[in-house]
Ligand binder design. Sequence first.
Ligand code: ATP
Ligand code: MG
Length: 512
Amino acid sequence: MPVLSDLPVRDPADEPFIRLSNIRKTYPGVVALSDFSMEVRAGEVIGIVGENGAGKSTLMKILGGVTQPDQGLIEVDGLAHDAFTVEDSMKAGIAFVHQELNLFDNLDVAANVFIGREPRKNGFLKLIDSKKLNETVQPLLDRLGATFGPTTPVSRLSLAQQQMVEIAKALSIRSRLVILDEPTSSLPLAETGKLLEVIAGLKAQGIAVIFISHRLHEIVEACDRVLVLRDGCLVDTLEGNEINHDTMVRLMVGRDLKVVYASPATARGDVALRANRVRTTAYPHQEIELDLHKGEILGLAGLVGSGRTELARVLFGIDSALGGSILLNGDEIHFASAAEAIEAKVFLVPEDRKGAGLLLDLTIAENVSLPNLRVYVRNLLVSRSRESAQAEKSRDNLDIRAPGVSIRARTLSGGNQQKVVLAKWLAMDPQVIIFDEPTRGIDIGAKSEIYKLMRELSDRGVAVLMISSDMEEVIGVSDRVAVMHEGRISGILARSAASEENILRLAVGKTV
Ligand SMILES: Nc1ncnc2c1ncn2[C@@H]1O[C@H](COP(=O)(O)OP(=O)(O)OP(=O)(O)O)[C@@H](O)[C@H]1O
Ligand SMILES: [Mg+2]
């Protein structure tokens, strides 16, 4: 890893130190980037926005040296590169937080932050200096407002917390450019605020930042300049007052667009799922009481680490409860596994698409049909035509951008992968469905569609539990909002009382 003193003397602030010219990148059936040019100067915060599949991650992978462009030029400090490799990128002082997490589950936080660069003790064996390691990592975690420490095993962290570890890793490298590819997509409000402070801090030190996000208000808050991508092309560059929500949306989508929240539930039925004094591993001594009714969308809000995901895992049979009981339509149930939950038509759409939601080496069609295979099986053969008919329908409904449904999930953009995960569960016939961060990384165009599909489910009498850290979404979509704080439900708000202020008060343990 380069240290600051190894780096060439920085250009004057108005001279770009990185220049991309006429970059083109194609994949079979897809032009991911076309004739793209940009410049990066010291200390500027550049936003990149665009719909799912617009080419944002591709661009960053090229800057990271992970992907080679078909055409175009990359210059660093005026020096042109024939092939810009990972090594070149590191030498240029580029640090990268990928959209998908790349952590080692079996190591702790500090080891992940400093992997391959651990401080060593003097002496013959050159042992890793764990004390120094932890002392170096703790301040980075503090800067991000993390509630876990350097010695916590990564396997115990939630997705959002893992994302913080990735960010800490990027901050630990003395860099000239930090690229953040959707770093906040799973970070709730408070933690997002911290990250925006960190970005401002980097800027003040003369470090450039490229910030990719679908949360446009963060872009407005953080960025000096915004590049808008559509179908692989740079459609416009915005500066100053031009950086506003509506302008970005119009340029991204090609028309004016507002997120449409479905109307409230028409009728709320009986209790479908009831958590009765349930205790989970997150907070073993706290009891959770929650009723989820047929025909409602119940939002579940709370800060990172408040125990929402753990509750979902218990309800879905992935983990067993430490105590209490769970009732489905009044009968006590004991799911020993997710398969048993699925059998009872209780589904969980997980937040982590890579871990639990998606098989990257299968096609879109196979992924959509997987949990529901029996429907497609005729005479013990999977009916490929029925399978692809359903997948085509899902592709249209959710606007999954792909050359066809027979391409592998691995090649899809992050947001389009998330849409496949949703499609797979929406194609089924649930009684109870739990969505964990359903629109993480999903662009504004597809959000309304997902909300509409959720409301269609609840109108059919399905009980919907929606875990979300997106405040607007929680308020816009939910019929009621339950808020968790440190492992228990701190309050339940009716739709009319579900304001941002009330939710935040409950989330930090106050009353409303
Ligand atoms: N390895 C690959 N093989 C084939 N196609 C790919 C590959 N990587 C990306 N693509 C395609 O390139 C296009 C751009 O994808 P990219 O990941 O850059 O989008 P994105 O703007 O980051 O979207 P998102 O907001 O969903 O993350 C998409 O159509 C995607 O399917
Ligand atoms: Mg992406």
